[in-house]
Write a protein that binds this ligand. Structure first.
Ligand code: UFG
Length: 327
């Protein structure tokens, strides 16, 4: 049994990560400022500390307890928004992470698991993208993630902090046992937007571009179930304990699906029509973004097993139904 501090553990991905560490028998403490985290996502078995990563005094206090690892997911994550408010993204994603690393490096904790992103790569030069793909983010969000990866390299060298930088492709879906009940507020990602449309929370949605050089003209992404992502966090911790080596790994399925595939699967699963219009392209969207995730399999024996489209949609739909029926 290890002690794990999960920063951002009340959020969408973080709460799923908490489940996997608890399930493996670890002792979990969540640190969250609840800006986007939700009470409904907290598990009774995890200890909860309300606090902000901008509060350096609080961080010092938190790190007076010993943790075997930190998992850090407390970040802003809307790529489009980051182009308008880069200052906020700098403070939250860069300064915030440095504050954690500062407090951590004065403590006995030596393992850091970081929520990175495929956004570190920028426009694909080849597909599927492996970890050797050039790193040229095209939005400020991706830049903040890449900067943190660079800091982590230095903290490894200078402070012997071993890290896993997990480059997520498109996270989607919910825990199939419905233990995570909080819905993201004002979601910017495709699947929650489709479900909000089905639920009538929004009258219709837009498909951003239907003239891409793809099979049906809409963009293709590598959608990975959040439980698969969460399991990868646990595996990366176990792998670092064994190998004492830092890791930079893609987390994806290696398979791409289009925006229309996602809409059609939702119509099939829910039995309802998705009211959508064809709109222009969204700036900064590559046509096709698919991971080569072989390295994660080779190094930590991880691969996606729950990321089929139906499971992504159905598990999300179930949580939407829970929430809507309550109101
Ligand atoms: N899309 C629509 N309509 C919408 C929302 C999205 O057509 O209302 C399309 C987008 O144009 C894109 C696809 O659905 O083609 C997926 O869009 P998302 O906004 O859900 O996701 P992105 O691919 O833009 O980005 C996501 C994360 C990033 C991460 C990236 C890595 O939000 O943080 O995946 O692949 F970096």
């Amino acid at each position: 049994m290890s002690t794990i501090l999960i920063i951002g553990g009340a959020g969408y991905i973080g709460s799923h990560v908490v489940l996997e560490f608890l399930n493996a028998g670890h002792e979990v403490t969540i640190l969250d400022n609840m800006s986007s985290g939700q009470q409904a996502n907290l598990q009774a078995k995890a200890k909860f500390i309300h606090g902000d990563i901008q509060d350096r005094i609080k961080l010092r206090e938190v790190f007076q307890d010993h943790y075997d690892a930190v998992v850090h997911l407390a970040a802003l994550k809307a790529a489009g928004e980051s182009m308008f408010v880069p200052d906020q993204y700098s403070i939250q994603n860069i300064n915030g992470t440095l504050n954690i690393l500062d407090a951590m490096s004065k403590s006995s904790c030596k393992v850091f698991i970081f929520s990175s992103s495929a956004a570190v790569y920028g426009m694909p030069e080849y597909l599927p993208m492996d970890e050797k793909h050039p790193l040229q983010p095209i939005n400020y969000y991706g830049f903040t993630k890449l900067e943190v990866e660079r800091f982590l390299g230095w903290f490894d060298q200078l402070k012997n902090i071993k890290f896993a930088s997990l480059r997520y492709f498109n996270a989607a879906g919910y825990d199939t046992k419905k233990r995570i009940k909080g819905l993201e507020q004002n979601p910017a990602n495709l699947l929650p937007i489709i479900l909000e449309t089905v639920m009538g929370i929004r009258p219709e949605m837009s498909v951003f571009g239907n003239n891409y050089p793809t099979s049906d003209g809409t963009c293709i992404r590598d959608y990975i179930h959040v439980t698969d992502l969460a399991i990868a966090h646990l595996k990366s911790f176990e792998t670092i304990l064994k190998t004492k080596q830092s890791l930079k790994l893609n987390l994806g399925t290696g398979k791409g699906f289009s925006v229309l595939d996602m809409i059609k699967t939702t119509e099939k699963v829910t039995g309802q029509k998705v009211n959508y219009n064809m709109a222009g392209r969204r700036e900064g969207d590559p046509a096709d973004l698919v991971a080569k995730a072989d390295l994660a399999k080779e190094i930590m024996g991880w691969e996606a097993t729950q990321s089929d489209l139906e499971n992504l949609v159905r598990s999300t739909w179930e949580v939407y139904k829970l929430n809507i029926n309550k109101k």
